[in-house]
Design a protein around this ligand. Structure first.
Ligand code: SAM
Ligand code: SF4
Length: 425
């Protein structure tokens, strides 16, 4: 049965197979950082001093280090609130109220904040949403962020539903894209319509196919498939998804269903990590745990002889807060230090102060010398310019307020938090 489903899927892939003549090599370097985790998932309270940036021999930015010594070198930026799908677990049935455009970050503002965070040691930026590929100028935005590689950025990644990715992928790779997390919860086109309330399965397959093709030519894009498992909806597809990793160099990541405002979460619908392991081990008793990278959110496994890997994101049953190195910026410019914390601080309002509260366009960016000032640092790695000092102080205070770990499942379901589509997953 599982084999049959997999054959159907690979046939589907072949159908959309295309020749891509882009050859490119990209060396992906993982940011090596130290962070310990206690058995409770909370970070330890005492630890060796902040890590040192090897190229500058300066300690990691104090602004981005919290009270538990977690160094935040990974920034996730939501670049739109819009989406071309309506996934059951993400988008509330009644829809969402979109922010008026002037409240959203402009491209120059996203570039400025990216540059500021990179100047403080951020090594990895992920663009998300909403659906990031629906942002009209997504490619030029990525080209701008890609320029920050010369300032220390090592990874530029995208989380996407894959619907229109295949059309923009070549340009994105040229811009510096190093990794794609592609969301796909079913391998059945009919079930796809049920889970996303839209059609588009074939387009997603085309995007996967194109990434694999580009990788065969040397593009080196790290590809992960994100699959949210909901009991009674797609839990019967766990094995077909695992089968995808038999011949393809893909990491399939099963995600526990999480509660957000308006997504009708309940415990019974959640298919836990343990449940998933049981299902997989029944079919593949040889499943073995592999070593995880330090800041991985995912627990990874391998089936001997399989090309790819299996991962689990266990936010509900086993938090990974102890090694959390992530900060988030929402499309409307709020810094969020924890996905499950509802405290947010507006960076947009601070950066617009000098522009009379108005959105910063390219002209204002140039006139106010925004980009240059992010790179002017003193001997301690702190910004010389007053504007950056003020913003970083505010970021630093928010980071210092980050809790040791997020609330448990039963508290989370009653907590107010924006829908995932507005946070940026
Ligand atoms: N539109 C893009 C996509 O779907 O990949 C990026 C944004 S989406 C909010 C980011 C990720 O969050 C996706 O992998 C999605 O599956 C995941 N997600 C959304 N709501 C979730 C929920 N309630 N529980 C678990 N994962 C969720
Ligand atoms: Fe859109 Fe992604 Fe949310 Fe699905 S998970 S509705 S694709 S933002």
């Amino acid at each position: 049965m599982a084999q049959q489903k997999f054959k159907k899927w690979t046939a589907c892939l072949r159908l959309f197979s295309s020749n891509i003549f882009i050859q490119r090599t990209f060396r992906v370097v993982e940011g090596g950082r130290r962070c310990l985790q206690t058995s409770s998932g909370a970070p330890p309270t005492s630890r060796p001093p902040r890590s040192v940036n090897e190229s500058t021999t300066k300690p990691f930015s104090d602004f981005l280090t919290d009270r538990f010594h977690r160094e935040h070198d990974y920034l996730r930026i939501s670049v739109t609130e819009r989406c071309n799908l309506r996934c059951l677990y993400c988008m509330p049935e009644e829809g969402i109220e979109l922010s008026p455009p002037p409240k959203l970050l402009t491209t120059p503002e996203i570039l400025y904040l990216s540059s500021l965070f990179v100047s403080q040691g951020v090594k990895k930026i992920r663009l998300t949403g909403g659906e990031p590929t629906v942002r009209k100028d997504i490619v030029s935005l990525m080209q701008g962020i890609g320029q920050l590689r010369k300032n220390g950025l090592r990874e530029l990644c995208l989380t996407t539903n894959g619907i229109s990715l295949h059309r923009k992928l070549d340009d994105m790779v040229q811009a510096g894209l190093t990794g794609v997390n592609l969301s796909l919860d079913t391998l059945d086109p009919f079930q796809f319509q049920i889970m996303t309330r839209r059609s588009g399965f074939e387009a997603v397959m085309k995007s996967i196919d194109r990434i694999l093709e580009m990788n065969r030519l040397g593009a080196g894009i790290k590809l992960k498939i994100n699959c949210v498992v909901m009991r009674g909806l797609n839990d019967h597809e766990i094995i077909p998804f695992v089968e995808m990793s038999r011949e393809l160099p893909i990491e399939i990541r099963f995600i526990e269903y999480m509660p957000f405002d308006g997504n009708k979460w309940n415990r019974e619908k959640m298919f836990s990590y343990q449940d998933m392991l049981t299902v997989i081990k029944r079919e593949y008793p040889g499943l073995v745990k592999t070593a995880d990278h330090e800041n991985d959110t995912s627990k990874t496994y391998k089936i001997p002889g399989f090309e790819g890997r299996i991962g689990f994101i266990t936010s509900m049953t086993h938090n990974f807060c102890g090694t959390c190195n992530r900060l988030r910026i929402t499309s409307d410019g709020n810094l969020k230090v924890c996905l499950f914390g509802n405290s947010e601080v507006s960076l947009r309002d601070i950066i617009r102060k000098e522009n009379h509260g108005l959105p910063i366009d390219n002209e204002a960016l140039q006139n106010l010398g925004f980009l240059e000032s992010t790179t002017r640092l003193d001997n301690n790695g702190e910004p010389v310019h007053e504007r950056e000092r003020e913003i970083l102080n505010i970021i630093g205070m928010a980071v210092k307020r980050k809790k040791a770990k997020h609330a448990g499942m039963d508290e989370l379901k009653n907590m107010k938090n924006r829908p995932m589509i507005l946070i940026g997953g």
